[in-house]
Design a protein around this ligand. Structure first.
Ligand code: SF4
Length: 365
């Protein structure tokens, strides 16, 4: 809290950068070539900040077929991508077999693509529809080919904030429990954090604390736990949360670039047990994301081909090419390195040879 409230931003960023150098040594910044698939926009959870979902029976609802989704994965193979992030709304009727059959088919048609699918609230939705506990749902999905879970839906893991912005999403403990079960089954997981709902700095630190305590438990039990921590400010342009909070309230909602950089730097210093901190270019733009790389982030996120959920609320840029991510990393003074969903480093063809020898802009630790 002292760092969050009082630290000089330059000193904070510098300290976070030094910590980054000890946790993730070297001058490389990683990125992932992936795509998003939003298999359905039907959702019964009605989060106030969400502009993506449509309630059941709405004329604009859709559910994608296996062939449609498979075509999208073929496009990903064409650009040598390695992971699909598949999320939808929480559909009130699709049975477990719909998900397992989809996963099995995708697994056999696209064996090189890691299937990171269905955030904790979707797992809870499937559990309700099919009447079996969430851990059993996860076991069936893993057996069908699921590799991991997206970290979505964490937002703020503080119940008084959750109740205000998405009361039907349930308690923070629900999100943590499903993630714990996924980690016990050795599914890949990451932790996210959307902030800027008007919560206090203490709420933000409490969110980080809940993730850090769970990570301690995972590590002491010999598990990987969360691969990374990814934060971004809420987008407000096109949703009821934004409309409800026009006028003076807008000043306290979302986050300015400095506030975002402070959040990234504090998260790097706070998470002594999570190696990777991600910069968010879709919400903050590539200029601020570059600054985040100087504030302790070591990963530039992913190409996010066809992201629909956050972008529906008003991001300016919704997907990036591998070349654009490389350019962003190089121009911040780092060497780009492609990775997979588990942060395993992959062979990388540096596209901009003229920029391929960046000068490190921060001292080694
Ligand atoms: S954020 Fe997810 S759970 Fe919430 S309304 Fe949108 S699609 Fe549904």
């Amino acid at each position: 809290m002292v760092l969050y409230d009082l630290a000089d931003i330059n000193e904070l960023m510098h300290a976070a950068m030094l910590r980054r150098r000890t946790q993730v040594p070297g001058n490389e910044v990683t990125y992932l070539v992936d795509r998003n698939v939003n298999y359905t926009n039907v959702c019964t959870i009605n989060c106030q900040f969400c502009s993506f979902y449509r309630p059941p029976e709405h004329p604009e609802t859709y559910i994608q077929s296996t062939d449609e989704i498979s075509d999208r994965l073929s496009e990903l193979e064409d650009i040598r991508g390695s992971r699909v992030l598949m999320q939808g709304g929480v559909h009130p009727e699709l049975p477990l077999e719909w998900y397992t059959e989809l996963l099995s088919e995708l697994r056999s048609r696209h064996p090189s693509i890691a299937l990171d699918c269905f955030s904790p609230i979707e797992i809870e939705g499937i559990s309700e529809v099919c009447g079996i506990p969430t851990k059993q749902v996860l076991m069936h999905l893993k057996e069908a080919g699921m590799h991991g879970l997206p970290g979505g839906g964490a937002e703020m893991l503080v119940d008084e904030v959750r109740l205000d912005i998405s009361p039907k999403k349930g308690s923070a403990e629900n999100w943590l429990r499903v993630m714990r079960e996924a980690q016990e089954l050795e599914l890949t997981t990451s932790a996210t954090n959307v902030f800027g709902f008007g919560e206090t700095n203490m709420h933000r630190v409490l969110h980080m604390d809940r993730v850090r305590v769970m990570q301690d438990d995972a590590v002491s039990a010999g598990r990987t736990g969360f691969t990374s921590f990814i934060s971004w400010p809420v987008m407000l342009e096109n949703n009821s949360f934004g409309s409800r909070n026009r006028g003076n309230n807008r000043i306290v909602l979302g986050a300015s670039p400095t506030e975002y950089l402070r959040h990234v730097a504090v998260s790097r210093l706070f998470f002594d047990n999570i190696a990777h901190i991600q910069a968010s270019w879709p919400t903050m733009g590539s200029d601020v994301a570059q600054m985040a790389l100087l504030a302790g982030a070591d990963d530039a996120g992913s190409t996010m081909m066809e992201e629909n959920v956050v972008s529906a609320s008003g991001t300016t840029k919704t997907e990036a090419t591998e070349e654009e991510l490389q350019r962003m990393i190089l121009r911040a003074g780092f060497r780009p390195r492609k990775r997979d969903s588990d942060y395993v480093l992959l062979e990388t063809n540096t596209i901009h040879e003229d920029l391929a020898s960046p000068v490190p802009m921060q001292p080694e630790a």
